[in-house]
Design a protein around this ligand. Sequence first.
Ligand SMILES: [Zn+2]
Ligand SMILES: [Zn+2]
Length: 294
Amino acid sequence: MKRMHWKISLHGGHSSEYCDHAQDPLPALVAAAVDAGISIYGITEHAPRFKTEHMYSEELALGWTPEILLNKFRRYAQELDSLSRIWDSKITLLKAFEAEVIPCDSYADKMLSLKRELGFDYIVGSVHYVNGISIDYTRALFGEAVQRCGSLENLCVAYFQTVRNMAEALRPEVLGHFDLIRKMAGNTSELQSAPVLRAAENALHSIREIGCIIDINTSPLRKGFACPYPAPHFLKMIREKGIPVCFGDDSHSAAEVGAGFETARQYLIDHGIRELSALNKKSGKMEKETVLLQ
Ligand SMILES: [Zn+2]
Ligand SMILES: [Zn+2]
């Protein structure tokens, strides 16, 4: 019997065969999700990137090319189909991916056609690049991104403008780590300045119109931060706008599957949020489903 428990993750399950900065193979992550009592596990591998400059350094070091990434991604879709069949009686696995380079000429169209062609259930829309520079990978690249924008505050504004553009271009079902810029920026006062809050508010306005679920992403808890993404002042805006939320472990290893969910649940309750909006598959169709946190 499948249980509809509040332990649901719509963002995570990065695995070593398909992601070179992940640690364990996909079957190990699925087994960990079953062990953790997760009821719905959305697996969201990074989408292939089509330009060498958007590839991670470890991918380049391994000699990968955009063509190789695309082939690996096709194999990922196939393996996920067979794992879903194998584990069907224990857990609902959703087949998804994380799109991450927007804006970029025709990138959104490529993502949407991959979704159709390979039969994915949904997309997590994330922003990992601002003006083409990665903002969450290395300190050096983050410094470059700040320099390109002229100041940390300008970069934060540009980040949230990019989140908005991405959401409008891609219309993803799930919006990944809303304030990922915090990973390198820290809990800086710039993230609460009027221009940054305005840009974040504008992004949230679009996110609500589009109907995205916001990822309550527990990865910061593993990196020494006190709370998940998004931070309390953004979570308050999300609650006031009535935007739905759901957990994402953003796991890159079996040990990270479901990690931090108890803390994240308490974080939501403490901020007046008492339910999740999950995605679920009913007779082959995706639906949103409300799940109580208590
Ligand atoms: Zn990753
Ligand atoms: Zn991400």
